[in-house]
Design a protein. Structure first.
Length: 283
């Protein structure tokens, strides 16, 4: 199901696609429009800025008033490789962040617009308790990931179930989950997680199970399957977006930096395009 895009935005997307010849190129331009259109009055905007503004108005991404809409974003797994970068990207864009760790007691963070709280992603009651303050809840929880714990393969599904249960009372809060790439399709209809070489990779299967729970739900979920290789690196803001199959580079590698994964997540927060859908990214 396509994300909630207004009529003008859909027209502009179609126009860009026709002019530029591909959906990827249209996505890139729309992201630029969204990110660069300056807010508020500017007495002498450059031609380029004026153009981005016009396009942003058409897209409906430039809100009236002096500031773009600031959102309150919760980040589970905020101490993690991807989660910490999501927090930084959200703060850099001016949003309010509540960052969660299972034990936030020793965390000192001098940045503005952030507060830290304790949360376990398997505790639906605790998650329900934090939702009233949030516009969007992002989970970058990597339970079972670092430990590669085969005795707890169901952890991702348990977290997914807890998140979905908590959202029953808050249907308007969006959920964005950074999950696994193994549920992407190696070829149409065949997922990596189902291949024989990965029979022991219970954690990878767990992600797949979690994704299926989201797919069966009617909440406002979005699932990001990062590239096959994701590691700390550079924030380039330039990557390609895909659906159920990995986005690979010229050498056939599916890779992304954790910084660019955070850009993709915040782009999705600000301009929803994958509500009730999974997407992936890669260079
Ligand atoms: N290619 C791929 O498919 C690929 C590769 C890497 C990662 N990933 C996925 O991407 C996501 C983020 O990975 P990452 O590398 O950033 O993981 P990470 O560095 O291991 O961090 C994950 C964070 O999750 C938190 N966490 C663990 N159990 C939790 C629980 N029960 N409740 C709440 N928080 C919990 C931990 O924070 P605290 O200890 O502070 O609570 C930890 O800092 C994960 O879903 C991971 O599986 C996918």
């Amino acid at each position: 199901m396509p994300g909630p895009e207004n009529h003008d935005a859909a027209q502009l997307r179609l126009f860009c696609r026709l002019m530029l010849g591909s959906a990827d190129a249209a996505d890139r331009v729309l992201r630029q429009i969204h990110r660069r259109a300056p807010d508020g009055p500017d007495e002498h905007p450059s031609d380029r800025a004026r153009l981005f503004r016009m396009a942003a108005d058409l897209c409906g991404v430039r809100r009236p008033g002096p500031k773009r809409r600031i959102m309150h974003i919760g980040v589970i797994g905020a101490t993690g490789t991807v989660g910490s970068r999501i927090v930084t990207e959200a703060l850099d864009r001016g949003h309010q962040v509540t960052a969660f760790s299972r034990d936030a007691s020793g965390i000192e963070d001098g940045r503005e617009n952030i507060r830290w709280k304790n949360l376990d992603a398997t505790d639906s009651g605790a998650i329900a308790g934090i939702l009233p303050r949030l516009d969007v809840l992002i989970s970058g929880s990597g339970a079972g990931n670092a430990a590669k714990d085969p005795t707890e393969p169901g952890i991702h599904a348990r977290e997914a179930a807890a998140l979905l249960t908590a959202l029953e009372g808050r249907l308007r809060v969006r959920l964005i989950v950074v999950g696994g790439a193994a549920s992407l399709e190696a070829r149409p209809g065949v997922v990596f997680a189902g291949s024989d070489e990965l029979l022991d990779a219970a954690v990878l299967r767990g992600h797949d199970e979690a994704l299926n729970l989201f797919r069966a739900s009617d909440r406002l979920w979005t699932y990001l399957s990062p590239a096959g290789e994701i590691a700390p690196g550079e924030r380039t803001g330039r990557f390609r977006i895909g659906g159920d199959q990995p986005v690979t580079d010229a050498g056939g590698r599916s890779r992304i930096s954790a910084e660019d994964a955070a850009v993709a997540v915040l782009d999705e927060v600000e301009l929803p395009r994958f509500v009730q859908r999974r997407f992936t990214i890669g260079y």
